[in-house]
Design a protein around this ligand. Structure first.
Ligand SMILES: Cc1ncc(COP(=O)(O)O)c(C=O)c1O
Length: 482
């Protein structure tokens, strides 16, 4: 994208949009924030947004919609079957993702359910660059196991590697040799590994994975939920694509996969999802599962209004001025925190800024969930809601044992075109204060642990009175300030 320089050389991510519809926010006093944490089991998923100031939980379904998306929702065609809204969406999927067939689903995990139902059996192994919570839950639900095959660099917090989401090709060959291609129904590549820092893969890596998939006749599945931002970083970091359009880069990626699925909550700033393919065979293998789990084949559990917004949103992912906004804000905040010595995943990726709780809360043992503790502490002292991406987000193994995450991260999501730069500066300020007072943060323990996807609704409590002590220090330093 054309660079816009500031006279004095300052590095400011200039917004290329204006705000025309706004929502009032509330920053409630710290005493109320403590009560909210207690009511919500120290789990940021369980907070009520009336207590949240900056909602950085996720970018899922929270990207700002454009005026054109909202306008499109008004012309939706309400019909159970054969809706014009569906055909407009089908055309957008074909144009943007370059696949002929499209199966609509109500959100990304519904696609994961259908794909796992069709292909995963007891004993199946699914190699992937890295797992996503719901993808793994569906695979294990159908009796399969996952194999995460990243290069060691991906697990380094302080790195300058441009493509930490790349699949480890040697390990992929090895795992196929060990388990046999017949036990591997598909290889899954996630565009920008959500759980370990929003790190992209290169198109070349995907080509190499494709070559291995061809050699062993294994399907290649692409999770394209964050493909727009992955394409943006490919353009910035992969020499071959520096002059390519986002649309061409996206098609270079989708063209390599047999089956592409996505959460429209992320990809197209709407709600919904889909599975697409060029293969008649794959289409027919999955087709019958859509009416069974989702809804008729021309709505798949989505409202027609959302389908219209999704169609427009898909075309908008081709616009660099829209897609660059979140990665550029992320880069700005990562650089600002890094300059203060605060451990944060580098290089800056997509989706959000990821604080390294393993280092920030080095005094909290992993069994007391450092990333969950950091998430609770940051909410307490700022009203900023992030998401734990560490051991709480991991599921127990088949014997019920705790499995500790490779990385303990607090993710502060930066949805597209939602926050202003002064809000980002507030985040920087409060994270800075918390880092200086990090010794006051203590651990958490479960009091209620659901058997599946425990991080969503699980309830925890602090191991001692650290939240009260942290609050007292905040009041000492900030007085009556919120
Ligand atoms: C990479 C990835 N895949 C799949 C999903 C699941 O999508 P959904 O939340 O729409 O079910 C998500 C959601 O955050 C995601 O980030």
């Amino acid at each position: 994208m054309q660079e816009i320089k500031f006279y004095k050389g300052e590095n400011i991510p200039l917004e290329l949009h204006k705000v025309r519809v706004v929502q009032k926010l509330h920053l409630v006093p710290i005493e109320r924030r403590l009560e909210a944490l207690q009511e919500g089991g120290y789990n940021t998923f369980r907070l009520n947004t009336k207590d949240v100031f900056l909602d950085m939980l996720t970018d899922s379904g929270t990207n700002a919609m454009s005026d054109n998306q909202v306008a499109a929702m008004m012309q939706a065609d309400d019909a159970y079957a054969g809706s014009q809204s569906f055909y407009r969406l089908l055309k957008a999927v074909q144009d943007v993702l370059g696949k002929q067939y499209y199966l609509p689903v109500h959100q990304g995990r519904a696609a994961e359910n259908i794909i796992s139902n069709a292909y995963v059996k007891n004993g199946s192994i699914i190699p992937m660059n890295y797992h996503f919570t719901t993808a793994m839950a569906h695979i294990t639900q159908y009796g399969g196991k996952i194999a995460e095959l990243l290069y060691d660099e991906a697990y380094k917090v302080d790195s300058s590697h441009p493509f930490k989401g790349n699949m480890n090709l040697e390990k992929l060959e090895e795992i196929i040799q060990i388990h046999g291609a017949k036990n591997i129904p598909f290889i899954r590549m996630e565009a920008s590994t959500n759980l370990i820092g929003g790190q992209p893969f290169s198109v070349q890596n995907l080509r190499d994975v494709r070559a291995i998939a061809d050699k062993y006749k294994i399907r290649l599945v692409l999770d394209a939920s964050l493909i727009g931002e992955n394409a943006y970083l490919v353009k910035e970091r992969e020499e071959e694509f520096k002059d390519a359009s986002l649309g061409d880069i996206m098609k270079s990626m989708t063209g390599l996969a047999d089956l592409v699925y996505f959460s429209a909550r992320k990809l197209s700033s709407s709600r919904g999802g889909g599975i697409c393919t060029d293969s008649d065979e794959i289409y027919h293998e999955l087709e019958a599962l859509v009416p069974l789990f989702e809804g008729f084949l021309t709505y798949g559990g989505m409202s027609v209004r959302e389908m219209e917004a999704m169609a427009v949103g898909l075309y908008e992912t081709l616009d660099e001025t829209i897609i660059c906004q979140s990665p550029n804000y992320i880069k700005y905040l990562v650089n600002a925190l890094d300059a203060k010595g605060i451990p944060v995943i580098k290089p800056a990726g997509v989706l959000g800024v990821h604080l390294d709780a393993m280092q920030i809360c080095a005094h909290i043992p992993q069994k007391q969930y450092p990333a969950g503790s950091l998430a609770a502490a940051l909410f307490l002292i700022s009203g900023i809601r992030g998401m734990e991406r560490g051991s709480i987000s991991n599921q127990r193994d088949e014997y019920g044992n705790e499995t500790y995450a490779d990385m303990e991260l607090l993710r502060l999501a930066i949805p597209r075109r939602v926050f202003t730069l002064s809000q980002i500066k507030y985040v920087e300020d409060r994270v800075n204060w918390l880092y200086d007072n990090r010794e006051l943060i203590g651990g958490l323990r479960f009091v209620y642990e659901p058997p599946v996807l425990r991080f969503f609704m699980g309830g925890l409590e602090p191991v001692n009175d650290w939240p009260q002590r942290l609050m007292a220090k905040f009041k000492e330093d900030f007085g009556e300030s919120l």
